[in-house]
Design a protein around this ligand. Structure first.
Ligand code: ASP
Ligand code: MG
Length: 466
């Protein structure tokens, strides 16, 4: 089971999480993976920025806030007899963080491996606290730093697990604990390279940590505890009658996560698909809600089942200025440039005699993307073979997802009609050959209208309750 930041957000929440552990552990062996307490990772990252900028006072203020949050939680959570030892642990971890920020202050820069070591401190603190609490209630538990279990490549900040060595370590470190009736409390988010350099799996990566461990341990199920009732037909802040889907396939869940649904980290499902380990997305704030089950195949009716949207995106367009230039070659060069900066292309669309094409990237990646494109295509641009690269930041991406969309004739037509009825102009369209997802790009101001129209047209709330 994995508990997210809000599920670990206070002493009260940790007690609820611990109670869930107690109940489940009574029925079968359980390993838990925990996020940092809510907002703590942001605080850690912000502290490193202050340190890099030489702002010593800012660093100290943040570290005091970090200390207070965890010491207060410790006092509220643990019986007095257990507090002393936990406080020693908290202080040691904060001292470690302080040592790293001291180094960053001195250097005036943030070496990636030190960043990864530092920002995993939130998970180590929360793991320590909940493990101590479980222990104090008579459930044997042990906090484990995932750097000793999850082996990754050396892409700091966005590492990928190496499954074979991870499996070996998970088996040799965690299995004996389970055999001893100890509940392992593993930190989410982090790992280490084979030679021991600390890494992290990307923001929100604790879900991924949990699925890596579930696969490595051949778990029978993975439960992901969050603060929403499950995977929904749409963002309930945009669509009032959005409802929870009781079952979705791995592919649907992955498409939804990739296209902006916040409930799961996009990389979570990959390790589980082959072993067909089912995932439950559940709400630790609403234990009565059944949640969403993610499995290989479902019996739900056809059609489009959910619609997501993403606003922090930008549309980049490239257009040849002369017919002499090979469009394919320009595309190849552009994609090559994008891969150099590891940018993710969210949708790609091309169809024109003019060989123009456009694609969508995340706003955070935009400046790196435009720079690499301009470098990669500098000759063509300089000689006027290409028009200047255009960027439109005033757009949003919608994704309409459903296994049942495959081969459903007329569906795209209905979606476009529904959108156009709202006078929403569609800027770009993309559909992969799996027919699982239709992506449309609209003006930012039209996102909400389009989401509502599509949700209603495809009768998503009704379909979900079958
Ligand atoms: N604490 C990390 C983050 O905020 C990882 C996670 O919570 O999944 O990104
Ligand atoms: Mg999360």
């Amino acid at each position: 089971m994995k508990f997210g930041g809000t599920s670990m957000g206070s002493a009260e929440r940790m007690k609820i999480a611990a109670d869930i552990c107690r109940q489940q552990k009574a029925t079968r062996p359980v390993v838990i993976v925990v996020s940092a307490m809510s907002k703590v990772t942001d605080l850690l990252i912000n502290t490193l920025r202050h340190a890099e900028g030489g702002d010593k006072a800012g660093v100290e203020t943040n570290i005091e806030a970090l200390r207070k949050r965890h010491e207060d939680t410790c006092r509220e959570l643990l019986p007095p007899a257990a507090q002393t030892e936990a406080m020693v642990g908290i202080n040691a971890l904060i001292a470690e963080f302080q040592r790293i920020t001291g180094g960053v202050l001195m250097l005036g820069e943030r070496p990636p491996r030190s960043v990864d070591e530092a920002i995993a401190m939130g998970e180590r603190l929360s793991a320590l606290l909940i493990a101590a609490f479980l222990d104090s209630t008579g459930i044997k538990a042990k906090a484990i730093n995932a750097a000793t279990v999850i082996v990754t490549d050396a892409v700091f900040g966005n590492a990928t697990p190496l499954m074979d060595p991870t499996r070996e370590k998970a088996q040799s470190i965690l299995m004996p604990l389970l055999a001893d009736d100890v509940l392992p409390v593993v930190t989410g988010f982090n790992g280490a390279t084979a030679d021991g350099r600390p890494t992290t799996l990307g923001r929100g990566g604790s879900d991924f940590s949990a699925s890596i461990l579930a696969a490595a341990l051949d778990a029978s199920e993975l439960w992901i505890w969050t603060d929403v009732d499950g995977i929904m037909t749409a963002d309930p802040r945009l669509v009032k009658d959005a409802v929870v889907l009781s079952e979705v396939t791995y592919s649907e869940a992955a498409e939804l996560a990739y296209n902006g649904a916040k409930v799961l980290h996009p990389r979570t499902l990959a390790p589980l698909v082959q072993k067909e380990i089912p995932v439950w997305s559940k709400n630790s704030f609403n234990l009565a809600a059944p949640g969403t089950k993610i499995v290989t195949t479902i019996s739900a009716p056809g059609g489009a089942r959910a619609v997501t949207s993403m606003a922090n995106v930008a549309l980049v367009s490239v257009e040849p200025a002369s017919a002499e230039i090979s469009g394919t070659r320009v595309m190849a060069r552009a994609l090559d440039a994008l891969s150099m900066v590891n940018a993710e292309v969210l949708t790609f669309s091309s169809s024109s005699y003019r060989q123009s094409f456009c694609f969508l990237v995340r706003k955070e990646e935009l400046s790196a993307v435009t720079k690499c494109l301009e470098d990669g295509l500098s000759l063509e641009l300089a000689h006027g073979y290409l028009k200047p690269i255009e960027v439109d930041e005033n757009v949003g991406l919608l994704a309409i997802v459903g296994e049942g969309m495959r081969g459903a004739a007329g569906l795209a037509g209905r979606i476009f009609t529904a959108v156009s009825r709202e006078k929403v102009n569609i800027i770009a369209i993309a559909q992969g050959s799996s027919e699982l997802t239709i992506n449309i790009v609209v003006r930012r101001d039209d996102v909400e209208k389009a989401v509502k129209a599509i949700h209603a047209e495809c009768r998503m709330s009704e379909l979900a309750s079958f």
